[in-house]
Design a protein around this ligand. Structure first.
Ligand code: ISE
Length: 357
């Protein structure tokens, strides 16, 4: 198939992909992208990293050198358009995502884009609509957004428990999202956009409804906070079904990576993130607790989740499908974060503006 045919929206030539490895280009090989290259190369079956691209040529060369058959393609758009690339993993800085995801859709290539999908809700909605048009022509979807917590075995167990009615109707969710430390440029707005965004997705995933309003409170700040940063933040989500979710986001604890989620239902509660598996409390006798270690950062805590996420992405791409959070989830997260940033600035409860699906 020619590039022109692919551009016109015809199905790209994925017919023989199940018989051979999915040839993946990884765009952006900083910490996360390099981690994904290593993962695809060593732990994921059915995929080969055939190209990497990065603004820092030396870094790209270094990462490519560790993977036999992997080329460096300087221009990320050229990597997306390359005939020997079947699918694309985007781990570049967020401001490049819109152009790169749109180029993947134009070429009919499955794409896994690390969050954020784009830098604002309007451009994320643009991606939703562009993919919808592609789907109307071809019957296929292409975009997966890297909300890895959905693939974490503890979150998956919690979700299954809720869906099976094991807690009765969920009413309230308590979340803690703590980082040991963040770089000096990490502002309070970034705490909402980069950190709390995960709880936005977790809320939508676990409760299966949208977030309707956000309130952000600023408790007394830690003396370790970066100048101008309000750390910790307390964030409250109200869902369309009247449930409430509170998030303590604290990014300079000096301790480690602590991500806890506790769901309180009409018939019991369940908690994950104590580094000891799901802990469930019901009317009956509770099991004894054992203490676990604390992961230093998200690469350890969610290492297994990233492995599962990538394996499922590769398997789905080879079938011509999407299996995981999609463009709509990326857009909804951006819309909630926009309301969150507004709420942070104004100190007021802010309603989320979400288009009809
Ligand atoms: C980072 O971007 C992540 O995605 C991590 O999961 C999160 O814990 C951290 O706060 C963010 O900066």
């Amino acid at each position: 198939m020619t590039t022109a045919e692919t551009r016109a929206g015809a199905l790209p030539d994925l017919a023989d992909v199940p018989a051979r490895d999915l040839r993946v280009a990884v765009l952006g090989v900083g910490m996360m992208g390099a981690d994904h290259v290593a993962r695809l190369h060593s732990r994921i079956s059915g995929a080969s990293v055939v190209a990497v691209s990065d603004a820092f040529a030396e870094k790209a060369e270094q990462v490519a050198a560790a993977v036999p058959g992997c080329r460096v393609i300087g221009d990320p758009l050229a990597a997306i358009g390359d005939d020997d690339v079947d699918a694309v993993l985007i781990a570049t800085p967020g401001r490049f995502h819109e152009e790169q995801v749109l180029a993947c859709i134009e070429r009919g290539k499955p794409v896994l884009c690390e969050k954020p999908l784009t830098m604002d809700a309007a451009s994320s909605l643009g991606i939703v609509r562009t993919e919808e048009a592609y789907t109307a022509r071809t019957g296929r979807r292409l975009v997966t957004v890297g909300f890895m917590r959905r693939f974490d075995p503890e979150y998956a167990e919690l979700k299954a428990l809720i869906d099976a009615g094991g807690l009765g109707e969920p009413l309230v969710v308590h979340c803690a999202h703590r980082n040991a430390a963040v770089p000096p440029h990490f502002t309070s707005e970034m705490m909402v956009n980069d950190s709390v965004v995960h709880e936005v997705d977790v809320t939508r995933f676990l409760l299966d409804e949208e977030i309707a309003a956000v309130t952000v409170l600023r408790p007394r700040a830690t003396r370790h906070a970066i100048a101008g940063q309000s750390d910790p933040l307390l964030v409250l989500f109200e869902t369309t079904g009247g449930r409430m979710v509170d998030v303590e986001c604290f990014v300079n604890t000096g301790v480690g990576y602590e991500v806890r989620t506790e769901v309180i239902g009409e018939d019991g509660s369940a908690m994950i993130g104590l580094d000891q598996g799901l802990v469930r409390a019901t009317g009956g006798p509770a099991g004894a607790l054992r203490s676990g270690g604390i992961a230093p950062d998200f690469r350890q805590r969610f290492g297994r989740a990233y492995d599962i996420e990538l394996q499922r992405w590769v398997d789905a791409a080879r079938r011509g499908e999407v299996d995981g959070p999609g463009a709509w989830d990326g857009y909804a997260a951006q819309a909630v974060c926009a309301a969150g940033v507004e709420a942070l600035r104004s100190g007021r409860r802010t309603e989320v503006r979400l288009e009809a699906r």
